[in-house]
Design a binder for this molecule. Structure first.
Ligand code: SAM
Length: 192
């Protein structure tokens, strides 16, 4: 895992402000190809009708709407801003949910924005029930910046960041699927 070197001015407040500003100026609410791909993959392993899902860093309602279209009944999102009652304003480093709150934690293109990735990973493991599913996509092999901070390098390294709490790996792949041609790593796994 390669982490962006923080300049001295890059305090935690600076980090949160930058992430928030970037999200505020992005008005795209379009359903993304990557969302369809990853949610459809998850649906091969999990009965989404019964799932209780958290979308970490969902930005807008597109992911949540797609989960609803796939039959999901219980779902929440978190992000640094929200225009919807089912997207809670919450920092992924300090989630306020009790332990074992969800049986699916879905995080698409948010973990690379972490200030402290291990802290976010620990939070994901804490709020995911034993036997629950973690679903992650991150860009890989790219030039990190103070906004896009972490390059996990590949799906194997992404999975190893969750060790030793990975019970079963259902999907681990590296791909150049995105329209921009950026490489991505994806993983779907069960937590011990
Ligand atoms: C690139 S968007 C991903 C949106 C969507 N999940 C997708 O796959 O298209 C990353 C989101 O993570 C959010 N984010 C960044 N840092 C965060 C933090 N510390 N806590 C919660 N959300 C954060 C940003 O505000 C942004 O909306």
């Amino acid at each position: 895992m390669r982490q962006h070197l923080r300049p001295p001015s890059d305090s935690y407040d600076d980090y949160l402000n930058m992430q928030l500003k970037r999200t505020i100026i992005k008005n795209d609410n379009q359903l993304k190809e990557r969302t369809i791909y990853l949610v459809d993959k998850l649906a091969q392993f999990v009965n989404l009708n019964q799932a209780e899902i958290l979308c970490v860093g969902c930005r807008n309602h597109a992911e949540i709407d797609y989960f609803y279209a796939k039959g999901v009944k219980k779902i929440l999102g978190i992000d640094l801003m929200s225009k919807h009652s089912d997207i809670l304003v919450m920092d992924m480093h300090q989630m306020t949910f009790p332990d074992n709150s969800f049986n699916v934690v879905y995080s698409s293109h948010s973990l690379e924005h972490a200030y402290d990735p291990q802290k976010v990973i620990n939070e994901i493991k804490r709020i995911c029930r034993p036997g629950g599913y973690v679903v992650i996509e991150v860009p890989i092999r790219y030039e990190t910046t103070s906004a896009d901070r972490i390059d996990f390098g590949g799906s194997e390294k992404l999975l190893s960041a969750f060790a030793p709490d990975v019970a079963q790996v259902l999907l681990a792949e590296d791909d150049t699927f995105t329209s921009k041609g950026t490489d991505v790593a994806r993983a779907i796994f069960q937590i011990k």
